[in-house]
Design a binder for this molecule. Structure first.
Ligand code: DP6
Length: 359
């Protein structure tokens, strides 16, 4: 047995939430820096049901190289340019602190061990990479005691996975695409805190917990290269919707927020269908949920529910607390029992909440 090391181990633990875009990020203008073709906007979900828990530690006694363990399985990070980019950015920030203050332990020179766990299906269109990279960046930043703001850290998380930059903040978060070639202005920004619209709820319907067919990174590149609808989405559709949805959030106009959310999900999936070869993320159960939401809204005579779909078949349905019974009650009653092939749980209605931090 190896003699116990008396070397110190430094450690930090954090959790990060999932965010679900209402204006979708789909397309990169620079694949190395992970810069998007368009701005996007998301709602950060509660960590009570969906979160990544990450512990980062470092020690002079850790051998060989940095390691990452996800859901109990070692990950190959030396070939993951994105993870390496995040870690080298964070190390450089730590090193500059150490250069300025020689009394600080030289954590930047030690190897890292990162252990991460999701409490929901990984890569099933539930934004696991968003919570994953946000938690990784936050945990290492905390370990290194970096003074950078969530917005400054969003520039680093973006390089891990674009959508991750939005999971560093709570509430309603925009990722401004930016214009600069070096990506320094491609950052997340809080549009409104969760407390601004406390009635907002989201219900997640896990239609399938299987890994998605076409990973987002690959799917969006196919769309950029082959879809004829895509150029219009980027040049006019999304910029107009960003302004309109920010206005709707500002005045808490649910029907307007809902219509823009549903239309943007539909446009995004239309560009996927318009890609060559076409990409399908939604399935029959997803489409049944779309029809049900429109049926509920029509029957009630006002817009009380909005669906949105990421790169997978699972539905996220936004509604307000006062309409819980109407929306969550109906969706659960109808889709929970009547659809054959249903194989997933419902996540309880979620308030849009917190930024990273141990929950
Ligand atoms: C459909 O952030 O997973 O969920 O930057 O290549 O890692 P990479 O892509 P990723 O794409 C998310 C796409 C989306 C829409 C969104 O979250 O805005």
């Amino acid at each position: 047995m190896a003699a116990p090391s008396n070397q110190p181990v430094y450690r930090a633990t954090t959790t990060a939430p999932v965010n679900i875009a209402v204006i979708k990020y789909w397309g990169k203008r620079d694949t190395t820096l992970n810069l998007p073709t368009n701005s996007s906007l998301s709602v950060t979900l509660s960590q009570r049901s969906l979160r990544t828990l990450t512990t980062a530690s470092c020690s002079p006694s850790y051998p060989a190289e940095d390691t990452l363990n996800l859901n109990g399985k070692p990950q190959e990070i030396q070939s993951s340019k994105r993870t390496l980019a995040c870690l080298s950015n964070l190390r450089a920030l730590r090193k500059s602190l150490e250069d300025a203050d020689s009394s600080l332990p030289k954590l930047s020179t030690f190897h890292l061990r990162i252990v991460s766990e999701n409490n929901f299906p990984t890569a099933a269109g539930l934004a696991s990479s968003a919570a994953g990279f946000a938690a990784l960046v936050r945990a290492v930043a905390d370990l290194y005691q970096l003074p950078q703001s969530p917005q400054e850290l969003s520039r680093i998380a973006r390089q891990g996975s674009g959508s991750a930059c939005r999971s560093l903040m709570g509430g309603y978060v925009a990722w401004r695409s930016g214009e600069l070639a070096d990506g320094s202005d491609s950052l997340a920004e809080e549009v409104a805190p969760a407390s601004h619209w406390p009635e907002m709820r989201a219900l997640v319907l896990v239609v399938s917990a299987e890994k998605k067919d076409v990973p987002s990174t690959e799917g969006m590149q196919t769309t950029v290269a082959t879809s004829e609808l895509f150029a219009q989405r980027v040049s006019s559709v999304v910029p107009e919707r960003m302004t309109a949805i920010e206005d709707a959030i500002r005045v808490r106009d649910f029907p307007k927020f809902a219509e823009i959310t549903m239309r943007d999900s539909n446009t995004f999936h239309a560009t996927c269908l318009d890609s060559w070869p076409p990409i399908f993320y939604m399935n029959d159960v997803s489409r049944a949920a779309v029809r049900l939401v429109h049926d509920i809204n029509r029957a009630v005579g006002r817009t009380v529910a909005a669906y949105t779909y990421d790169a997978g078949p699972n539905s996220v349905i936004y509604y307000e607390e006062k309409d819980s019974e109407l929306v969550a009650g109906t969706v659960k009653a109808i889709l929970g029992t009547n659809i054959t092939g249903w194989d997933g749980p419902f996540y309880e209605p979620l308030a849009n909440l917190t930024a990273p931090g141990v929950a």
